[in-house]
Design a protein around this ligand. Structure first.
Ligand code: ZN
Length: 372
């Protein structure tokens, strides 16, 4: 009887067990009431039937006790697990207290200075993976990098969240450098190469990377080792997202307003800790396919008026390409200073997969086609 009432997908997790226990209790109560009532009435015709019912009630009572035991054991396990999770959670708050005291020991005004505002130099779009924290990897302080993270560092054209971040960074914070940072051993990239579903929304999101994989299977599948294939697709994914960012109207408008924004692709190697700058291509909005190139009326006027001012001042207005090159050189110098190579020439970052991909890309007709 109970089995027919229970849903077909019934399994004994704690919440369902609780419900099941209440159900059994109600059942027992119902039969005890009925049994007592019939006993009072002394109705001979139903006596036999009620004996059966009372036996059944007793069996149910035993079942109830058994379930109660299981329930208590499971509840204890949950409580134990909860305590252990709370201890892990408390570690983060304790860590914050240590962080504050360390910072204040170095500079008593550190946080009051931080509260005055931010002027980050970079916008970084990275993966949500907990092993790739941008500030820690680049030894930058709070206030230096404006950050957006999502699964597998995707620049989705219609992502409201991402586009708000880009708009704020470019138009309000006046950031000149956007970095797309992928990483090796990326779970999102690995899942995108696999046909197993990871859930409705996640599958939809991973389609962004599946498109990259579909276009570049001939490159990715040249690697025997799965981790190399993931690293290869991570590089190609970064490249795709860099190209997506160039197509972004906020970025294009910024260039036309005379505020050049450079877009860089990075691969963080989880296994070595090094960040590799990917030589994606020479793409700048001027090289962008006409299909994606936008013209902003107001922006053009602004550029023309700025060019006129530049002409008046210097007589030689730098083109966007020149601005790009100047900014690129400046950034390269900055990162050269930070680069571990400059400190220890014995520790070269691994460039095997990246250099191979760069070589493959240069020979790839699709790549050449796309960048014309
Ligand atoms: Zn990832």
């Amino acid at each position: 009887m109970i089995l027919t009432i229970l849903p077909p997908n019934f399994s004994f997790d704690l919440s369902q067990l609780k419900l099941f226990r209440y159900f059994i209790l109600d059942y027992i109560k119902y039969y005890i009431k009925k049994y007592l009532l019939i006993q009072q009435q002394h109705n001979n015709t139903s006596e036999k039937q009620e004996f059966i019912s009372s036996d059944l009630t007793y069996e149910f009572y035993k079942l109830h006790l058994h379930i109660q035991k299981i329930y208590i054991i499971m509840q204890n396990q949950v409580v134990q697990k909860g305590i252990s999770e709370i201890q892990k959670y408390s570690k983060a708050l304790l860590g914050n207290k240590n962080y504050v005291s360390k910072k204040l020991a170095q500079d008593p005004d550190y946080f009051s200075k931080l509260a005055k505002g931010q002027s980050p130099k970079y916008l970084l779009i990275g993966c949500s993976d907990s092993r790739a924290p941008p500030n820690e990897l680049t030894e930058t302080d709070p206030g230096e990098i404006f950050i957006h993270r999502n699964i597998a560092n995707v620049v989705n054209m219609t992502d409201l969240n991402l586009n708000c971040v880009v708009q704020y960074a470019v138009e309000h914070l006046k950031v000149h450098n956007i970095i797309i940072m992928g990483h090796t051993f990326c779970g999102g990239v690995k899942a995108a190469m696999n046909q197993d579903s990871v859930g409705g929304l996640l599958d939809l999101w991973l389609n962004n990377i599946k498109h990259v994989y579909e276009k570049n299977q001939h490159l990715v599948n040249q690697f025997q080792d799965e981790n190399d294939r993931v690293a290869c697709l991570s590089c190609l994914n970064v490249r795709e997202q860099v190209l997506n960012m160039w197509k972004n109207p906020i970025v294009q408008k910024s260039w036309q307003n005379g505020h050049p924004v450079m877009i860089h692709g990075w691969l963080f190697r989880v296994e070595t800790g090094f960040i590799e700058e990917l030589q994606i291509d020479e793409s700048i909005p001027e090289n962008l396919s006409n299909v994606f190139r936008l013209q902003f009326k107001n922006a053009q006027q602004a550029t023309q008026s700025q060019n006129q001012d530049d002409k008046d001042e210097k007589n030689v207005p730098p083109s966007n390409s020149e601005k790009y090159q100047q900014m690129q050189n400046k950034l390269e110098n900055e990162f050269r200073k930070l680069s571990p190579d400059s400190q220890d020439s014995n520790q070269e970052p691994q460039k095997d997969v990246v250099s191979q991909i760069s070589g493959l890309l240069q020979d790839d007709p699709n790549f050449k086609q796309e960048n014309k």
